[in-house]
Design a binder for this molecule. Sequence first.
Ligand code: ADP
Ligand code: MG
Length: 240
Amino acid sequence: MIKVNQLQKRFGQAHILRGIDCEIRAREVVCVIGPSGSGKSTFLRCLNGLEEVSDGDIFIEGVKLNDPKVNLNALRAELGMVFQRFNLFPHMTVLENLIMAPMQVKKLSRREAVLVAEKLLQKVGLLDKIDAFPNQLSGGQQQRVAIARALAMEPKVMLFDEPTSALDPELVGEVLTVMKQLAEEGMTMVVVTHEMGFAREVSDRVLFIDQGVIMEEGPPQQVLGDPHHERTRDFLRKVL
Ligand code: ADP
Ligand code: MG
């Protein structure tokens, strides 16, 4: 589904991603862990074309993302993204948040888009909030709406960048439950997270990124339970 070859990203003099190689298969759930500032968000942003890559290649289902000829908007529609801060449009209701992109980008009729939105709100347990505005919802509810909004575009891959880091602890579980359900339905997911329980329980593979490279990767039991690298052990000691 995704293939990354020797991905490099520089911001001016700062060399942030320094040769990332990885492959993500369809239906795979990959958790990305690593210290703050190691390049996790930059990696996700490169994957959906929000950042231009400095060197190396990214292929999404065989289509090269960093090719000037590629239709970036069409490709981006295949990758849903959920950020740490729920970036719902504050002046729109939940329904309007969900139907806007499907109508504008996928050219669904309003009626079709509303049907999709209702189905997805049902799935994340928020159908009763369809006419609410974001500021009338808890952080956990907003994040579940953000997930539903991303799903409304029928992406092939969902990218999550610390989706629960900004939430009060008691609201983390409801968001992880929705993510777990998605994983069980076979969604391909790349999840940057500090939730080691989720990584252990739900992911097929964990990548430990440190200083812009994948320092270690493997099944969660191995990377989290019996890490090979001292730097991974060091990181896990700090977060567990
Ligand atoms: P992480 O998500 O692992 O905490 P980031 O990918 O956000 O790390 O950031 C990695 C490094 O890249 C940081 O040092 C950050 O300051 C730098 N960085 C990220 N985005 C930019 C940018 N747009 N311009 C300059 N530096 C950036
Ligand atoms: Mg980050």
